[in-house]
Write a protein that binds this ligand. Sequence first.
Ligand code: PPS
Length: 348
Amino acid sequence: MRLASGHVAIQLPDDEMKRILKDFEGFSKGLVRLSPGGWVLPAPYTKFADKIYNTKFRASDVVIMTYPKCGTTWTQEVVWTMRNNPNLDHPKASLPVNVRSPFIDSDMLMETGRGDTGQPTFHEEMLKKVVPDADPKEGIALQLTAHIPDPRTIKTHLPFSLMTPDLLDTAKVIYVARNPKDVVLSFLHHSRLIKGIGYIGTLEQYVDYFVKDELIYGPYWEHLREAWPRRDHPNMHFLFYEDMKADPKAELRKLNQFLGTDLTEEQLEKIAHYTSFEEMKKREAQTVLPKEMQSHFKEEVKKKDGGFYRKGQAGGWKSQLNDMQVAKIDIWAKKNSLKLGIKFKHSA
Ligand code: PPS
């Protein structure tokens, strides 16, 4: 199938899908691989791809673009708060992050994870509140994106090539990158927690999926390769998770300039505290894992390994990956990071 972006989407062959389904129980609707780029995405992506690609962005939009688990939600909360809630008194601040700041490509994931009861899902209910006459089949996230008031803060895990080519000339983009060794552990946890992914394999196998570019939204390095050369574009802000972790206030100051929000030092100080790992974790049950979504995640994984906010560390991989896993990622990372000229903190 040819997409508006010019990519061709092909269903993964049966034998490959069979192998993947043994480890990822949630991908029952299949996966597609796009050419060029090798992007791996849930098969329902093809239903929404052209609508996402043809989305009209506005000058007041901020798009937060990341490979999964690189600090998207943190950045969404920081940016939404800076632009909409600078004095921390907004009445809707405890709504789910993805309702205030829609995840434009998430319809394919909701499709994949859609449940068992036949009742309207939590997201469908949320959509009805914002857009009463919307038809959820046309895309919940897409319609939320179209209807939330300006200024919009939009999340995507898609790379530049799957978004409209004039994105950067129209809207502001914040690209967030994170050390792949922490990403793999965070993504592993997420893949076990969320039933729509339903990963039941080992860490060892998951590292293999990662370095073979078989996880959704990958290849990881290709995602970065499309963003890194654009880092000096005036509408682009390139952010490292590790820098936010080391000095959130300094990164918020840079964002204040980039966004033109003109916040005071005191406001930035309060927002840095409000968006710290500990504070965001306290709001987890409202903003990312509301009880209405309980059927979408595995309670036993949450109890054992943590919820959406797992550890929130930079370099946490050092106590969790063994030498063999580190070596596999190093070989793969060295080849790619040298080519790109990008360096991550906490790499060794
Ligand atoms: S997703 O599902 O792809 O949108 O996930 P994403 O939000 O990109 O990444 C989730 C990881 O970011 C951590 N996180 C934070 N770290 C530090 N400070 C704050 N405030 C914060 N908020 C989220 C979150 O805990 C996930 O990382 P891990 O390593 O799994 O803890």
